[in-house]
Design a protein around this ligand. Sequence first.
Ligand code: AP5
Ligand code: MG
Length: 208
Amino acid sequence: MNIVLLGAPGAGKGTQASMIEEKFSLVHISTGDIFRANIKGGTPIGKIAKGYIDAGKLVPDEVTCKIVENRLGEEDVKGGFMLDGFPRNIFQAEQLDKFAKIDVCVNIDVDIDLLMDRICGRRVCACGESYHVSTLNGETKCKKCGGTLYRRDDDNPETVQKRLDTYFKETAPVADYYKKQGKLFTVKSGKGSPKEVFAVIAEKLKEY
Ligand code: AP5
Ligand code: MG
């Protein structure tokens, strides 16, 4: 089973990916995580990506598509994968169809007014886990691996607003792309907890 996870910044893509990965043994591929690892490592890709990420813009398609195509050519994804943060515009969706077969696009739909608080209150771990300060009770270590939690550089109100603008202009139309292919499954997150949202997604994924 090959999945695309779609949703606005802060919709809960990473949170759900972590739960889906555990239950369905799919390889989790987050383009955002790949870029952040490259920035940390000071690689040429990281140097290109940083300016775009800090500005809340998309990293150019030619860079992003090549990374995903190469990653999907690796052996470990043969048993199924989950793309988190890709495709992020129609061009990327069309490119993806040329090098992979997608079974379902899970679109996490969240009220916009919840997103700013969710993102600005998020704390992440290098292992990929993310938390919200409201549930951490002052804890500064990751429950999964013990790593130190930190705030992402792009999780400040000004950049978040730019990321949201980019999402509505470029990424939201991707839902329609998969709808036309009969592959769209939208889950209304509402005020549902991560576990409640996951229960709805897991029920759907059992069909594949
Ligand atoms: P990326 O890393 O993909 O960021 P994003 O899309 O902005 O999404 P986030 O990671 O911020 O949110 P999320 O949906 O994963 O939410 P999370 O689960 O953490 O991309 C970063 C940048 O990289 C982009 O801006 C772009 O520049 C570049 N990039 C990446 N992919 C690209 C591409 N394909 N093309 C070009 N450029 C690309 O949850 C958020 C918070 O909410 C957490 O605190 C969490 O605990 C909490 N939460 C989650 N679910 C719930 C719930 N149900 N109830 C209450 N709280 C919840
Ligand atoms: Mg994420």
